[in-house]
Write a protein that binds this ligand. Structure first.
Ligand code: AMP
Length: 297
């Protein structure tokens, strides 16, 4: 496994079919599931580790984002990566880029509405990574379901020659969706945060029992969160998976029921995929023990 800091070095190490897993580091089992999927389908697996300042609105969030490159390199190697591309900010943005990639519509609601500029930052860095690494396929988690729709739209609209793969959410055994930001939660906050996944699972149960209306599904999520006490969701929405369009009902195809909320100072997002063709929900992959996020040292 090699750690490199330039696109040229990354491409020089890429042989045959190449899979890219873009991350902001502080890897956990969610990221590792993407690396493993890339490993199964490609000759070269590149993991990028870059905390992209363009996609952060709040300076504190950027400053406190957890980082540990040595840890990331050994976890990526264990999961089967061939190359870790870990560029400096000065390499990625020697000057503030004058080009910004903006995906209209798909990026407007939910995360786009609550984090102005966020998806422009995401789309710009992903476009840069795809053009610099030139992978055959790139792997993303459905944890960020709207981000996946933004990137799929970007790739379609610009005819970028890369296959975008979306993979299930990896969760703690108690349901909490893994996120690098979870390490910032106190034990009490972590316990409170559980209501997010629990409320989505409850709504998923009613979807599987035949409820397809957005009002009823989002209402069930809101009610469960309200009953648990002091968490105020920023939004609860039912959206089409393909283009993140907010809908009134889940009929035909895939949807996601999404929630965002602050727990203490930490902003968390979660969602559940609903398959209207089969009347089923994807509750993700549950770990059997605590995540590696909580391992010491
Ligand atoms: P991040 O490092 O948070 O920017 O995430 C990098 C990639 O990992 C994105 O495609 C995320 O959607 C994905 N990811 C993050 N958390 C999870 C999770 N719990 N399960 C699956 N994929 C995830």
């Amino acid at each position: 496994m090699r750690v490199v800091e330039t696109f040229e070095a990354t491409r020089a190490l890429s042989e045959g079919r190449t899979g890219l897993v873009p991350t902001m580091g502080f890897l956990h089992e969610g990221h590792l599931s993407l690396i493993e999927a890339a490993r199964d389908a490609n000759e070269t697996v590149v993991v990028s580790v870059f905390v992209n300042p363009l996609q952060f609105g709040e300076p504190d969030d950027l400053a406190s984002y957890p980082r540990d490159l040595d840890r990331d390199v050994s976890l990526a190697a264990e999961a089967g990566a061939d190359v870790v591309f870990a560029p400096d900010e000065s390499y990625m943005y020697p000057v503030r880029p004058k080009t910004s990639v903006s995906v209209a519509g798909v990026a407007n609601d939910m995360e786009g509405a609550h984090r102005p500029g966020h998806f422009d930052g995401v789309a710009t860095v992903v476009a840069k990574l795809l053009s610099g690494v030139q992978p055959n396929a790139a792997y993303f988690g459905r944890k960020d379901a709207q981000q996946l729709a933004v990137i799929a739209t970007l790739v379609d609209d610009l005819s970028l020659p890369v296959h975008i793969v979306g993979l299930p959410i990896v969760r703690e055994s108690d349901g909490l969706a893994l996120s690098s930001r979870n390490v910032r939660l106190s034990p009490a906050e972590r316990a409170r945060a559980l209501v997010l996944s629990r409320s989505l699972f409850e709504a998923a149960g009613s979807f599987e029992a035949g409820e397809s209306k957005a009002g009823a599904l989002t209402g069930a999520v809101r009610a469960a969160i309200a009953a648990s006490g002091d968490i105020e969701p920023e939004y609860v929405e039912l959206a089409r998976a393909r283009d993140a369009a907010i809908v009134d009902e889940a009929v035909e195809g895939e949807y996601f029921l999404a929630v965002a909320a602050r727990v203490g100072a930490t902003r968390l997002i979660d969602n559940i995929t609903l398959d209207a063709d089969h009347g089923s929900a994807d509750r993700g992959i549950h770990l059997t023990g605590p995540s590696m996020l909580y391992e010491e040292g």
